[in-house]
Design a protein around this ligand. Structure first.
Ligand SMILES: Cc1cc2nc3c(=O)[nH]c(=O)nc-3n(C[C@H](O)[C@H](O)[C@H](O)COP(=O)(O)O)c2cc1C
Length: 178
C-alpha cells in the first residue's frame, strides 16, 4: 500500500511523532512523509495518516485547510488521524481530546470516518517560544498544574509505536483479498 503521512507542527513535536509513525508504517508499506501544506494531491495514495498539535483548544489551521481541500479524496480512502497535545499526556486527557476536540474537527465532514484515531501527550519547551506564545503557554500550564519553565516531554514513544504498528497491520489486512 502507498501511504501518505502528513502533519502540521508548531515547534517540532508533532513532526517527530509523524516521522516515527512513518518509519513504522514503512516496514510494511511504501510511505511518503510530508507537511500538510506541502501536499498537492492525494491521487497517488491508498491511505492517508494526518496529524496536528492542538493550540488553545483548536487544531492548527493547516489541518482544517487540508480537510476542506481534500474532503472528497479523504472520504474515499482509509484515513487515520492523530494529535499531539498537552492534555493528552494522561489517559483521561487523551480520551477527552478524542471525545471533544476530534468531533469538533470532523463535524463538517460526515463522510470522513477515520479507521484509527489517537491523541498523544505533547511537549512544552519554553526556550522555543516568543513572548506571546510563552504567555499563552503559561496560562495552559497553570490550568494543567504544570511547571511554567523548562522542557517537559510527555510523548509516550511506546504508545506511539504501538498505534503505528496496529495501523500498519490494519491497513495491510484491508488490502488482503477475501
Ligand atoms: C500556544 C500554545 C497553546 C497550546 N494550547 C494547548 C491546548 O489548548 N491544549 C493542549 O492539550 N495542548 C496545548 N498546547 C500544547 C501543544 O499541543 C504541545 O506543546 C504540542 O506538543 C505541540 O506540538 P507541535 O510542536 O508539533 O506544535 C499548546 C502549546 C502552545 C505552544
Amino acid at each position: 500500500m502507498k501511504i501518505l503521512v502528513a502533519y502540521v507542527s508548531g515547534f517540532g513535536a508533532t513532526a517527530e511523532v509523524a516521522k516515527e509513525i512513518a518509519d513504522i508504517l514503512g516496514r510494511q508499506h511504501t510511505v511518503d512523509l510530508r507537511t500538510l501544506s506541502a501536499v498537492r494531491s492525494l491521487e497517488p495514495y491508498d491511505a492517508v495518516v494526518i496529524g496536528s498539535s492542538l493550540r488553545a483548544g483548536r487544531w492548527l489551521g493547516a489541518m482544517n485547510r487540508f480537510l476542506k481541500r481534500f474532503a472528497e479524496d479523504l472520504a474515499s480512502r482509509p484515513v487515520a488521524i492523530f494529535t499531539v497535545a498537552l492534555t493528552a499526556r494522561t489517559m483521561e486527557g487523551s480520551r477527552r481530546v478524542l471525545a471533544e476536540n476530534l468531533p469538533r474537527l470532523l463535524e463538517r465532514y460526515p463522510n470522513l470516518e477515520p479507521i484509527a484515531t489517537e491523541a498523544f501527550g505533547g511537549v512544552v519547551d519554553y526556550d522555543k517560544y516568543n513572548v506571546l506564545v510563552r504567555g499563552i503557554m503559561h496560562k495552559v500550564a497553570k490550568e494543567e498544574g504544570l511547571p511554567t519553565s523548562g522542557v517537559q516531554d510527555f510523548r509516550d514513544w511506546e504508545a506511539i509505536r504501538h498505534w503505528a504498528t496496529e495501523l500498519a497491520e490494519k491497513l495491510a489486512a484491508g488490502t488482503t483479498p477475501a
